[in-house]
Design a protein around this ligand. Sequence first.
Ligand SMILES: Cc1cc2nc3c(=O)[nH]c(=O)nc-3n(C[C@H](O)[C@H](O)[C@H](O)COP(=O)(O)OP(=O)(O)OC[C@H]3O[C@@H](n4cnc5c(N)ncnc54)[C@H](O)[C@@H]3O)c2cc1C
Ligand SMILES: *[C@@H]1O[C@H](CO)[C@@H](O)[C@H](O)[C@H]1NC(C)=O
Ligand SMILES: *[C@@H]1O[C@H](CO)[C@@H](O)[C@H](O)[C@H]1NC(C)=O
Ligand SMILES: *[C@@H]1O[C@H](CO)[C@@H](O)[C@H](O)[C@H]1NC(C)=O
Ligand SMILES: *[C@@H]1O[C@H](CO)[C@@H](O)[C@H](O)[C@H]1NC(C)=O
Ligand SMILES: *[C@@H]1O[C@H](CO)[C@@H](O)[C@H](O)[C@H]1NC(C)=O
Length: 505
Amino acid sequence: MSQFKLTSAALSVCFTAVAGLDISALSPKRAEIPPQVNYTELAGQLSNTASIFLPGSDIFDDVVSRWSNLSVPVANVVVVPGTEDDVLKTVNFANEHSVPFLATNGFHGSITTLGKMTQGIEIYLSQLNTVQISPDGRTAKIGGGIRAKNLIDALWAADKQTVTGACECVGYLGPGLGGGHGWLQGHHGLISDQYLSFDIVLANGSLVTIDETSDLFWGLKGAGHNFGIVTSVTSKIYNLQYPKYAIETFFFSGDKVEEVYQLANELWITNGTAPEGLNNWSYWYLDPTIDPDKPVIVIYIIQEGVDTVDPIHTEPFHQLRPIKSEPKSGDYRDLAAWTGISLADGPCQKTGNANPRFPIYLKAYNPQTQKQVYELFHEATSGPEAHFANSLFMFEGYSQQGVKAFPDDASAFAYRSDNLLVAPLLIYPPSEELNQEAYKLGNQIRQVLFEGSGMATMDTYVNYAYGDETPASWYGSDSWRQERLAALKEKYDPEGKFSFYAPIA
Ligand SMILES: Cc1cc2nc3c(=O)[nH]c(=O)nc-3n(C[C@H](O)[C@H](O)[C@H](O)COP(=O)(O)OP(=O)(O)OC[C@H]3O[C@@H](n4cnc5c(N)ncnc54)[C@H](O)[C@@H]3O)c2cc1C
Ligand SMILES: *[C@@H]1O[C@H](CO)[C@@H](O)[C@H](O)[C@H]1NC(C)=O
Ligand SMILES: *[C@@H]1O[C@H](CO)[C@@H](O)[C@H](O)[C@H]1NC(C)=O
Ligand SMILES: *[C@@H]1O[C@H](CO)[C@@H](O)[C@H](O)[C@H]1NC(C)=O
Ligand SMILES: *[C@@H]1O[C@H](CO)[C@@H](O)[C@H](O)[C@H]1NC(C)=O
Ligand SMILES: *[C@@H]1O[C@H](CO)[C@@H](O)[C@H](O)[C@H]1NC(C)=O
């Protein structure tokens, strides 16, 4: 008990740095800190803008809870660094005391390998959120704890933009270290294709700059969660070229699943003429106001630089007679709300639900397979016995030219040759029984998609992965990729300190 008293009393010095914080709420209620670790010592080493939170406070509870409440990492202390050097000090302190640690930012990492962290320090990067645009306006130095919306808004204010994730509350580095998809990838490539250099705390306890002259640079762009904590990154940025955007959203009855995806293939794949500035997504979900019995098929056709989506892209869908369609126009910043991933939408709330996804990359749609998985999804979501009624099936058809413009071996991201990112997202309150059921169903759906794809390997986006896939599926099964990554891991993180998120080995 005296350990806690001493710790929390001394720590209150840095707690006062957090505006409006009730210090009395911070006295720990649970004896969760291993007695051999004295966090007051760490507090003494950090800058006065850093904070340390112990269990039993609302802030602690908030920052350890996550978007997906399934196989979550467990921390007994949360450090919020105020400076890049605080990250270094925290990592060194953790290493000296053999305490595990994990960087967090947007809390949307959901891979179940995170559950292997059963104690230790969460290093919550939210204060490292600055954006400094270079004098020539071509690059920006961006804090490792920034989230997508903050970055988009900061650049927009300077008439600039870059590739970020589409969801406003998701981190910028979390997606980028695994490749990183976004609306602007058709022009510029993946999020990680924009990265020019990283300031990063490595396992050996150094804060170093890694750029193209280092062998690690390649690995950070696709398998980056394995190697360190990025305190800031310098990225390419661009002048705002097509601020205007238009969307047309179509709602189809599930009866039309084959026709809809047959058409999607003909329009977008077979022709191979889809422009860079067009993105096509679709979702399936149960909306009883549209169809009480079965999930609706929602097709989003999104085009940049226009007020109305060109009818050459939309007219064929009108001819399939949707239940309804809705055109909207606005600018780039509206895309998140249009597709249900703005700060106000469900994916940005922590609900206590489990949110596993079972992703697979595809080259094209197989209309018969789409029908088969639609039936499985229908059963899982509809009717009195359905356990996954709030689930969402996602089909992301980002434009690809910018991604394919880089050679296949440009970075550790292995899937430039695939075209579609497909994943059922099963949403439910977690329980032993439902976890099992979701696992079985998710893998069943994915297996059907795989068999129908004719592809030789199961390609899964590491950032959507469930967690039971293999490193070969997250990082590519080519032996040169596996060998190169294993060698980097052996060189830069031989003890596996950065191995909670989709470990290479
Ligand atoms: C609603 C939703 C929308 C999404 N949209 C997209 C999208 O548009 N494009 C896309 O590519 N992906 C998207 N994703 C997937 C996303 O890439 C992953 O969920 C990612 O892990 C989220 O990062 P985070 O910072 O929000 O989460 P966190 O859980 O905070 O971080 C995830 C992991 O990233 C690592 N990490 C985070 N920051 C750093 C850092 N600075 N240095 C080192 N390691 C770090 C840590 O290992 C951490 O465990 C989406 C996910 C959800 C749930
Ligand atoms: C913890 O560290 C602080 C600062 O160094 C020190 O004052 C205190 O006595 C330590 N507590 C214990 C129990 O060792
Ligand atoms: C840690 O590794 C980096 C990259 O190889 C190197 O530059 C740095 O000197 C190393 N630091 C220590 C303390 O060994
Ligand atoms: C795709 O090709 C078909 C057949 O050549 C043609 O009729 C159609 O207009 C094309 N669609 C687009 C969007 O270019
Ligand atoms: C997460 O799920 C567990 C059951 O596995 C539950 O006890 C807990 O309350 C949930 N967490 C939140 C934040 O709802
Ligand atoms: C649309 O989706 C298809 C897959 O159906 C994909 O190949 C294509 O690149 C996507 N993007 C555009 C711009 O149409």
